[in-house]
Design a protein around this ligand. Structure first.
Ligand SMILES: [Zn+2]
Length: 424
């Protein structure tokens, strides 16, 4: 049974439930202060703004941000090599840094000694059901990258007690959870399942865990159901990066992730950087209220969709509807982005298909989308073609052709989506 109080309340009611106008005013206020501060103290930011032909006064509202080109995460290693160690984006003196994290790339992320709570993980942890008095095993990695520290800080601010167990050591983890009567878990969903199964297999019985914040890998619906229904563990996730901290988090409804009031989320065309309307898939581009390391219009390379629809939990922010793949893998066809994950979903509806490839070609001024499919034994071509055409229309929102090809036509390891268009 999930404790009722874990599903109620807000970390900061006034902020999380403010109306549209109030949120606009709040975000304009911090954005102006952030831009002015970064212009004065972060030469890398000043270069970006100046190169775009802009001044701080041009970036006063979230709507103005569209004038500044997106800074892609993939460009960070190069930017930091050119102006080491932080690309000119840190606003504090080296002696005022508490941590420097090292993410793959490498990308170095500074964290200032006196910077309050720029990661905002406490908001996500509260919404995910953590409450003061919880004892929490944090199984994220405590070295190099910031994930473990980020959640650690948030939990400490909520009044939880953290046991920094780090990853691995299943036996020790299970004993620690039992000895300390730990009620909370932080880490990957697969490791949580490993711990639960290990305790049962060793005859140690049920673990006292009641709440979990999971991340770093996908959380399938079936796994969340198992945690909640079989083990009574309220399981929620959030979205963030090493550069930005937490950006969005799930509430009790677990229907998309609420965007933090200290983050401005845009969903953008991955090719042009233009902001897209709610409901369209595009790249997650964020601006976060982090004074020491102001990331403004930072392109994460991840895809999602935004919704403005109200949430029954009472929080009024927009929500990000799940992860939809990587931006560098998308192909735009007749104005719609398609992603290998969508192609997998289409083909997943027809078990008879053993191998497939989506090919994009051009006929005059028209994009043509063709799904080539190889069928296994007993696969009936006509039925499969009809089912795949329907599935493409439903999943990709595109009309496409389906061609059944003889086994062996599609080479092993072929790209799931091959773009054969030429643009002369
Ligand atoms: Zn909600």
């Amino acid at each position: 049974m999930i404790r009722a109080d874990r599903l109620k309340g807000y970390h900061d009611r006034r902020r999380e439930t403010m109306g549209l106008r109030a949120r606009q005013r709040y975000q304009e206020t911090w954005l102006r202060a952030l831009v002015a501060h970064a212009w004065r103290r972060a030469p890398g930011f000043r270069r970006r703004v100046a190169t775009a032909g802009l001044r701080p006064a041009d970036l006063r509202t979230p709507g103005d941000l569209a004038r500044l080109p997106v800074m892609e995460k993939a460009a960070m290693p190069e930017l930091q090599r050119a102006d080491p160690p932080f690309g000119g984006f840190s606003t504090v003196r080296p002696a005022d840094l508490h941590w420097i994290f090292v993410s793959p790339g490498p990308i170095y992320e500074p964290f200032a000694r006196r910077d309050g709570s720029p990661w905002h993980a406490e908001v996500a942890c509260f919404a995910g059901g953590f409450r003061p008095g919880d004892t929490v095993v944090n199984t994220f990695l405590y070295h190099l990258t910031p994930a473990a520290h980020l959640i650690d800080r948030g939990l400490a601010r909520l009044g939880c007690t953290v046991v920094p167990t780090g990853p691995g050591n299943t036996d020790i983890q299970v004993k620690t959870i039992l000895d300390l009567r730990a009620t909370g878990y932080v880490g990957t969903p697969s490791f949580l399942m490993t711990l639960l199964q290990h305790a049962l297999a060793k005859g140690l019985g049920r673990l006292p865990l009641e709440v979990a914040q999971v991340g770093a890998e996908a959380l399938p619906h079936s796994l969340r159901r198992a945690f909640e229904e079989q083990h009574g563990i309220l399981t929620r996730q959030s979205f963030g990066t090493a550069d930005l901290g937490i950006v969005a988090y799930e509430c009790r409804e677990a229907d998309g992730m609420h965007v933090l009031d200290d983050a401005i989320l845009e969903i953008c065309d991955p090719h042009t950087g233009a902001a897209l309307p709610a409901g369209e898939t595009g790249e997650i581009v964020c601006t976060v209220n982090h004074r020491a390391y102001p990331m403004v219009r930072f392109g994460t390379g991840d895809l999602s969709v935004r919704t403005e629809a109200p949430c029954p939990c009472g929080r009024t922010s927009a929500r990000m509807l799940g992860w939809r793949g990587r931006a560098d893998e998308v192909t735009k066809v007749r104005g719609m982005f398609i992603h290998p994950r969508q192609a997998d979903e289409v083909v997943g509806r027809c078990p008879a298909v053993t191998r497939y490839q989506v090919v994009v070609t051009r006929d005059g001024h028209q994009d043509v989308l063709t799904l080539q499919a190889e069928l296994g034994q007993g696969g009936e071509a006509t039925t499969v073609v009809l089912a795949l055409v329907d599935a493409m229309r439903e999943v990709m929102k595109l009309r496409g052709e389906v061609r059944v090809v003889p086994p062996g036509t599609i080479p092993e390891g072929a790209k799931k989506i091959e773009d054969r268009r030429t643009w002369e």
